[in-house]
Design a binder for this molecule. Structure first.
Ligand SMILES: [Zn+2]
Ligand SMILES: [Zn+2]
Length: 313
């Protein structure tokens, strides 16, 4: 029998096809070609990107580089205020800053190929961009995310992440904050206590736990959560960041076995709020269809308990 499961704190449901025996192999994709005639993110083509904002470099040149997105979704123009017209028409300028972080100079690299210390440096850039952009007047949230491969929404194959700082608390985050406020203490602190010794544990580190959430919406979905109640990335010390980097690497190396497209999303507490920091990795091995769009209930053919087994294997 399939099981209907609710998210830990949100009013969000999933149908888990728990009875179906699935082998990860059956979801394996062909490796996508990384060929591109001209790559704007490769060394030598720096002049083809918008002006650089920052870079990390060693004797061989830059190894992480960030700049404004040429096709920015939001821009530092106009007013950041939203206005309500005639009851139904709330709108304003899509105000903010949209940046790209190129994670490696090597065109064929993937995040999972990079060393743990290199991934840690990328995480530090994430944190740095969040803190810097959050200070901009009118910015209410800085969303850091990564789209890996075509089905996860990327058209540029050279490995990169994106940062969108804009004039809104995302609705998904607001729902989480509302749900958390109905608990007397941090629900995530309790959730990790349970999920670090459940059938859904993927990896257990010194400072972090990776687990496949009880009501996973995506096949092989996995969350990485610090054991310590941390609100923002900037609160982590180097030891913790390295632990986080190595856990992400373990996850991405496993997803590489399936050539899985994925979205990786950073969730932190904006100022004045208190949410336990977490990273969601959402593999995109299935397409949402009419049922998902009509009901916001997802059908997941891989039980999170089986997904966790795949990560541990
Ligand atoms: Zn390239
Ligand atoms: Zn907590």
């Amino acid at each position: 029998m399939n099981e209907l499961r609710k998210d830990y704190i949100l009013d969000r449901y999933v149908i888990v096809a728990a009875a179906r025996a699935t082998r990860p192999d059956q979801f394996k994709r062909e490796e996508e070609s990384k060929h591109s005639d001209i790559c704007y993110f490769c060394p030598g083509n720096e002049h083809l990107t918008p002006a650089e904002i920052g870079r990390l470099q060693d004797n061989n040149g830059w190894y992480v580089r960030w700049f404004e997105n040429k096709f920015a979704a939001v821009k530092q123009e106009g007013s950041f205020e939203l206005k309500l017209g005639d009851n139904f028409f709330l709108s304003g300028t899509a105000f903010g800053k949209h940046e790209v972080i190129v994670e490696s100079p090597q065109h064929n690299d993937e995040l999972s190929y990079l060393s743990e210390s290199h991934i840690m440096e990328i995480l530090k850039v994430y944190s740095h961009r969040i803190e810097e952009l959050a200070k901009m007047p009118g910015i209410r949230y800085v969303q850091v995310f990564k789209n890996h491969l075509h089905d996860a929404g990327t058209s540029l194959v050279h490995t990169h992440s994106q940062v969108v700082a804009y004039n809104l608390i995302p609705a998904s985050l607001q729902q989480k904050l509302n749900a958390i406020s109905r608990h007397s203490s941090c629900p995530h602190c309790k959730i990790i206590e349970i999920e670090s010794r459940s059938a859904r544990t993927a990896f257990l580190g010194k400072n972090f736990v990776a687990f496949c959430p009880f009501a996973s919406r995506f096949l092989y979905e996995v969350w990485v959560v610090p054991k310590r109640h941390v609100r923002r990335m900037s609160e982590f010390n180097d030891d913790e960041l390295l632990d986080l980097a190595s856990m992400l690497k373990l996850i991405l190396v496993k997803l590489k076995q399936l050539n899985a497209p994925y979205n990786l999303v950073i969730n932190y507490s904006p100022n004045g709020t208190d949410m336990h920091f977490h990273i969601e990795v959402m593999p995109r091995l299935a397409t949402w269809a009419g049922f998902e769009l009509g009901t916001e209930t997802t059908i997941n053919p891989v039980a999170p308990e089986h997904a966790a087994e795949f990560y541990r294997s």
